[in-house]
Design a protein around this ligand. Structure first.
Ligand SMILES: *[C@@H]1O[C@H](CO)[C@@H](O)[C@H](O)[C@H]1NC(C)=O
Ligand SMILES: *[C@@H]1O[C@H](CO)[C@@H](O)[C@H](O)[C@H]1NC(C)=O
Ligand SMILES: *[C@@H]1O[C@H](CO)[C@@H](O)[C@H](O)[C@H]1NC(C)=O
Ligand SMILES: *[C@@H]1O[C@H](CO)[C@@H](O)[C@H](O)[C@H]1NC(C)=O
Length: 300
């Protein structure tokens, strides 16, 4: 009787162990898409960039001698990139964490997210910009509605033929429309890679360069997780998407034709009304000859 009991307990234990095994392994195998080892290369920083936990986490750090950075293995012509980032905590003044798409060459295209650090308790600034053919100057800056150093948050760049949208935790914060039809250039010919880096920019970043990096707080570290790159991979001049098909289900890429619905428009307006601190389209002094064309075509 006693022996039977022990056997039953063993059976129960085996069932529990198998169940735990399934619970632990199944979700991680369905998340197999996110593995920094397969998705990116750490390209500079002499060991200051690290891929940890079998590819699940990436950290970049900065000290007085150097920052660090990584780039995607793939290049894309149109994509939707999502990445979780936990920014440098504490006194991060002078540091910049950058996350951007960029093509090669002297007339490159670029879509930028930059996170400008600050003194403890003072707000980070999220800086965005769009370059076409090597020409930028389309800055918008925002404060955040949360502490970006306490937890991971998802920062996304959508780039499709109709528009570029910057998202934070799924909330659109900026839309740059394709207005080629009326003569505003739009990135559409040059494939871009994803880049990210952490570096010292205390000559301009915090309060315009007034606050310097406090090197006694170094090393500064930012963490990255769950990079999801949905994109039309560009390889040897060929796209993995059929861009001549307007039917997105042929491409299995709903993001390629994704629009901002009225709910998205409403969220975008909320951010722009409450958190936008700089908009080149409102900077009349900077453009004495007149605002850039796309600014005059906008309602906001
Ligand atoms: C840093 O904090 C100051 C004071 O609140 C603020 O004016 C500034 O916009 C913040 N961000 C940066 C990057 O300077
Ligand atoms: C791409 O889509 C177009 C339009 O739907 C179609 O005619 C063409 O055959 C497709 N090309 C490929 C390579 O699938
Ligand atoms: C789009 O493609 C899917 C799958 O090929 C097809 O079922 C659907 O009818 C197409 N829709 C249009 C509008 O062509
Ligand atoms: C479409 O995408 C989904 C989700 O990423 C994937 O599970 C599915 O296999 C894809 N289908 C095709 C035909 O590529």
């Amino acid at each position: 009787m006693a022996a039977a009991c022990v056997n039953n307990n063993n059976d129960a234990l085996i069932v529990i162990v198998i169940t735990l095994f399934l619970i632990i392994t199944l979700p991680s195998s369905s998340m197999a898409g996110s593995n920094f080892n397969q998705q990116v290369d750490i390209t500079w920083g002499d060991g200051r960039g690290k891929i940890l936990n079998s590819g699940k986490i990436l950290t970049l750090s900065l000290d007085r001698a150097s920052g660090s950075g990584f780039q995607s293995k793939n290049e894309y012509l149109y994509d939707k990139i999502d990445m979780q980032i936990k920014l440098v905590p504490g006194n991060s003044a002078g540091t910049v964490t950058a996350y951007y798409l960029r093509s090669d060459g002297i007339s490159w295209d670029e879509i930028d997210f930059e996170f400008l650090g600050n003194l403890s308790g003072d707000p980070y600034v999220v800086h965005t910009n769009v370059y076409t053919q090597g020409k930028g100057g389309k800055e918008q800056q925002f404060y955040l509605w949360f502490d970006p150093t306490a937890n991971l948050h998802t920062y996304s760049i959508l780039w499709n033929p109709a528009h570029i949208v910057f998202y934070i935790d799924g909330r659109p914060i900026r839309e740059f429309k394709n207005l080629e039809g009326v003569g505003v250039s739009y990135p559409k010919n040059q494939p871009m890679k994803l880049y990210s880096s952490l570096w010292n920019a205390d000559d301009w970043a915090t309060r315009g360069g007034l606050v310097k990096t406090d090197w006694s707080q170094a090393p500064f570290t930012a963490s990255f997780k769950n990079l999801k790159a949905n994109g039309c991979v560009w390889s040897n001049g060929v796209s993995s998407c059929n861009l001549s098909s307007s039917n997105s289900s042929n491409n299995n890429n709903s993001w390629l034709s994704q629009q901002l619905d009225s709910n998205g428009q409403r969220k975008l307006k909320w951010v722009q009304k409450n958190y936008m601190i700089y908009n080149y389209c409102s900077d009349i002094n900077r453009f004495p000859q007149g605002l850039p064309l796309e600014c005059t075509l906008r309602t906001t």
